[in-house]
Structures are given as C-alpha cells and as structure tokens.
Design a protein around this ligand. Structure first.
Ligand SMILES: NC(=O)c1ccc[n+]([C@@H]2O[C@H](COP(=O)([O-])OP(=O)(O)OC[C@H]3O[C@@H](n4cnc5c(N)ncnc54)[C@H](OP(=O)(O)O)[C@@H]3O)[C@@H](O)[C@H]2O)c1
Length: 242
C-alpha cells in the first residue's frame, strides 16, 4: 500500500498529537483523511490546516452507537488508525477501580469499537494501526492499570493480525514511549507532568522525548509495508531496550 492516492484513512484522536501527525503524513502520501475526536472545533481547525480531502468528524469512540454511525456514514475504509485516548496515573491502593475502568472504556474499548464497525467497510488489503504504549514492557510508575491496557492492545493486535490475514488486512501496533508536543489528558498537575517527563527521559537512552513526527514516520512504515503484520513497534528512544 505504498501510494495512498484514492485511499480513505480514518484516524481516531486525529485532531491533536500523535494522531494528527499520522493524519498529516497519510494526507501527504495522498490519502483522504477523516479526523475523529470528541471536540469538533479543533478537529475542524486541524482538517483545515491539512487541507485537501481532510474531514472532521465528532464522535466519542467509547460510545458504541456513535462509532457505528461514524462508519455507517463512510462508503469505504482503507486504513484505520486508533489513537484516541488519554492516561491516568495512581497507585493501586489509592486509585478507585472505576478510574481504570474509565481509562479502558475510552482507550481500549474505543479501539475495539472502531475495529468492529470499520471492518465491514474495510477493503481487502487494508491496514489497521492500533496504539498502545511501552508501559507493558517498561516500568512507568503509578501506571499499573495503564500498563495492563498497553499489554491488552498489543495482544489484541497480534491476534487480530492472524484473524484478518485471509482478507489481506494487516494489523500492527504503534507503541509510543514518551512523546512530547501532544495534548494528552491525564490527572497529573503541571508538577506531576514535569516529574513524569524527568523520570521518563532518565529512563530513555536517547535522553529526550520523541515528537509526534517520529511516531508518524513509524506509523507510515507499518501502514505502507505490505509484508508487515502482527508487529508491535516501540517508538521510544530505546526505553524498552534497557
Ligand atoms: N504522548 C505520549 O507520551 C504517549 C505515550 C504512550 C501512549 N500514548 C497514547 O497515544 C495516543 C495519542 O496520545 P497523544 O499523546 O497524541 O495525546 P492527545 O494529543 O491528547 O491525542 C489524543 C486524542 O484523542 C482524542 N480522544 C480522547 N478520548 C477520546 C474519545 N473517547 N473519543 C474520541 N476521541 C478521543 C482527543 O481529542 P478529544 O479530547 O477532543 O476527544 C485527542 O485529540 C493516546 O492513546 C495515548 O494514551 C501517548
């Protein structure tokens, strides 16, 4: 799938950060892009900046009905990228279980909802890119529920790659380490964010955070290389190599 001209790509979380960088890359390679998020104004602004065939679509991927309506409205999907989600930090003892459930509701079940309703519209030979994070293989403090989520997405991606191989649909997982310049939402205050960045950079051999463009280049490789499937690709400055 080298040339994306005439292709339709749906990118959840496509209005900001990693999803937006991937949308820009796919649009630059000729694809029509549909940016999905909950806040329409910033999706429209992002789509306007990308120009061409970029479209904004407001939907909460945690809500199954909204995801069904989204994919019902599309004739075809060639590429699905599921970047919608946030983060939550807390110890097991202090964190009400409901908070981890909420995290899974949007960031994990949002990816399940998107795959489920996109698949009937997906062309054979299409590509799905899920999004996890390196926390299942690297220790991220106060993130036990989030680490479980990352591991769940990785496992789902590998299993789905085998399930969909007969249709020629490839499934890979982008696993970001610390990526700056995004709008990621979490319960951390400013001081907490600074502490997280310091600790994460200290754990990263390249001693710096990545930028969304780093993930977009990796995402494009996973989407365009037609012999890559079932891959979980860390984009983490070497964090998981330590
Ligand atoms: N940045 C990192 O260091 C890092 C590391 C590992 C994993 N990740 C994961 O990578 C993904 C992208 O993160 P990012 O850093 O690029 O953050 P970001 O800029 O906040 O991007 C997340 C996007 O998802 C959208 N979103 C969130 N919940 C949604 C929902 N229920 N339905 C629809 N859209 C939703 C947000 O827009 P609305 O709020 O308008 O809906 C936002 O545009 C996330 O899943 C994040 O957890 C990030």
């Amino acid at each position: 799938m080298g040339d994306l001209s005439g292709r339709i790509s749906v990118i959840t979380g496509g209005g900001t950060g990693i999803g937006l960088a991937i949308a820009e890359k796919l649009a630059g390679e000729g694809s029509e892009v549909v940016l999905v998020g909950r806040r329409l104004p910033r999706l429209e602004e992002a789509a306007g900046r990308i120009g061409g065939l970029a479209r904004a679509y407001a939907a909460d991927v945690a809500e199954e009905d909204q995801v069904r309506v989204l994919f019902d409205s599309l004739d075809r999907v060639d590429v699905l990228v599921t970047c919608a989600g946030g983060a939550y930090f807390g110890t097991m003892e202090d964190t009400p279980p409901q908070r981890w459930r909420q995290l899974f509701h949007g960031r994990f079940f949002g990816q399940i909802n998107s795959c489920h309703y996109a698949l009937p519209k997906m062309s054979d030979g299409g590509a799905i890119l899920l999004c996890s994070g390196i926390a299942d293989g690297a220790n991220v403090p106060k993130y036990s529920g989030g680490s479980a989520l990352c591991g769940a997405v990785n496992a789902m991606g590998k299993n789905l790659a085998v399930e969909l191989a007969p249709r020629g649909i490839r499934v890979n997982v982008l696993s970001p380490g610390l990526i700056g310049d995004t709008a990621i939402e979490s319960n951390l205050d400013d001081e907490g964010v600074v502490g997280l960045f310091e600790a994460a950079i200290g754990s990263t051999p390249l001693r710096r955070a990545g930028v969304p463009a780093n993930t977009a280049e990796a995402a494009y490789a996973l989407i365009s290389n037609d012999y890559l499937t079932g891959v979980v690709l860390p984009v983490d400055g070497g964090w998981t190599a330590t």
